[in-house]
Write a protein that binds this ligand. Structure first.
Ligand code: FES
Length: 98
């Protein structure tokens, strides 16, 4: 079993892990105040810091490679509209817009 922790401006939220759905979709459904606009990897309003569980996530998408600087990606930043959990585990993500 896994556990998903989402840290947004509305607080820290513990949720069951859901696979193959984006973090923005999960956050919207639970009304967590996770910024987003395009959901296509362009606006970066959903910028997210992966604090734990990077190995449980999908590969970085080409949209993220285009939108985020290499240094940001190296620090663990991704885009919430691109992240999907692909295997069970402990995952902690923080919404960190610019
Ligand atoms: S919602 Fe626009 S980049 Fe994620």
């Amino acid at each position: 079993m896994g556990q998903l922790t989402l840290i947004s401006r509305t607080g820290t939220h513990q949720l069951p892990v859901e696979t193959d759905v984006t973090i923005v979709s999960i956050a919207k459904r639970h009304k967590l105040g996770w910024g987003y606009a395009c959901e296509r990897g362009i606006c970066a309003q959903c910028r997210t810091l992966v604090q734990e569980g990077a190995d449980c996530l999908n590969e970085v998408t080409k949209e993220e490679k285009l939108r985020l600087r290499k240094a940001e990606r190296a620090e663990g930043y991704r885009l919430g509209c691109q992240i999907q959990i692909v295997r069970q585990g402990r995952v902690t993500l923080a919404h960190r817009p610019y």
